[in-house]
Design a binder for this molecule. Structure first.
Ligand code: UFG
Length: 328
């Protein structure tokens, strides 16, 4: 069985939907930001905190777990600056408790969700895994700390792991049944789509004076279904013993500015946005674009879905959620 921690969250719930056809899945989630309704019914659901030793003892004793995939983290850059303790307690301390229990029960295969925020403000246009890490906020630091702990656990205890550094995850499952649903929502694409559904008055563009062609920040948007495919390929490599300690970027390799994302949302929906240009948001690097060549060369994965695919799938989901919300 595969234990998916945070399997009721945005990326975790998409992974579970993709994995249940291949493996028995058990989801551990405290439902703080996750939603039980998003979890595929074929998965076993356990409600609990990943930092709770009793819950972990019970899960590892009850189920024959062969690998753990860990999605449960706080992940808002701005919030992490204001509330670092929350980030270090959950993303670092609780994750250490999980790792301790894995060692206790001799579960030694681990897939870890990391982030482009580990790179800070890179000095290169295209980021590969050799690009120095230098996170500029507690969120990025908390993820890098676990990456370093994993390296030490690999050497000392034989823990085998794959770290996946996501760039900007977005989009929704093609079925339209699950999608991105954060409360509060801070991410660009869902905010634009909610605005276009009439749920927000306008969309704010944070900063127009960046050193980019149109002055707005550039990001590498990656479809959540592409992320799911990468996780399943990584899990298979780990289980087969083909990889013992690896780090991979997950991105499209193409950057889009905030203005370009807005234009694509207008194209996909046929609707016009109302834009407000505001000052920069603290902690935003001008440009974050990935090279994912390493995972392509080593595991054969590459992103298949474009920004247009991402926004089309997200729009389908938001229309379903938006219409059900307006019925209540
Ligand atoms: N932006 C706006 N207006 C908004 C919201 C966002 O202009 O209302 C801009 C941001 O300034 C940024 C871009 O849109 O330039 C994307 O912002 P998001 O908040 O959607 O995503 P981030 O790039 O801040 O962060 C996301 C994840 C992080 C992860 C990072 C890695 O939330 O967890 O991608 O690239 F670390």
């Amino acid at each position: 069985m595969i234990l998916v921690i945070g399997g009721a969250g945005y990326i975790g719930s998409h992974l579970v939907k993709g994995l249940v056809d291949k493996k028995q899945v058990i989801v551990l989630d405290q439902f703080s930001t996750g939603h039980g309704a998003l979890v595929d019914r074929r998965a076993v659901l356990v409600e609990g905190d990943l930092g709770n030793e009793d819950v972990l003892d019970s899960v590892f004793r009850t189920y024959p777990i062969e690998a753990v995939m860990h999605f449960a983290a706080h992940s808002l850059v701005g919030e992490s600056v204001v509330e670092p303790l929350k980030y270090y307690e959950n993303n670092v301390v609780a994750t250490c408790t999980l790792l301790k229990k894995m060692m206790k029960y001799d579960v030694k295969k681990f897939i870890f969700s990391s982030t482009a925020a580990t790179y800070g403000i890179p000095k290169v246009d295209i980021i590969n895994e050799e690009t120095p890490t230098n996170p500029i906020n507690p969120y990025g630091r908390s993820k890098l700390m676990i990456e370093q702990i994993l390296e030490d656990f690999n050497k000392a205890y034989g823990l085998e792991y794959i770290v996946l550094r996501y760039f900007n995850a977005a989009g929704a499952d093609d079925s339209g049944s699950i999608g991105e649903d954060h409360h509060p929502e801070t991410h660009l694409i869902p905010l634009i789509l909610k605005h276009l559904l009439g749920q927000r008055e306008k969309i704010s563009v944070f900063g127009t004076d960046y050193d980019t062609p149109d002055g707005t920040c550039i990001r590498d948007y990656i479809h959540v279904t592409d992320l799911v495919d990468a996780h399943i390929i990584a899990l298979e490599a780990l289980i087969k013993g083909e990889k013992q300690a690896a780090i991979y970027n997950l991105g499209n390799g193409v950057g889009f500015s905030v203005k370009e994302v807005i234009a694509m949302c207008e194209k996909v929906t046929g609707l016009k946005t109302k834009i407000e240009f505001t000052k920069r948001r603290e902690g935003d690097p001008a440009r974050l674009v990935a090279s994912s060549d390493k995972i392509y060369e080593e595991l054969g994965w590459r992103a298949k879905r474009s920004l247009e695919n991402i926004i089309t799938s997200a729009w389908k989901w938001h229309c379903v959620v938006g219409s059900s919300e307006s019925k209540h």
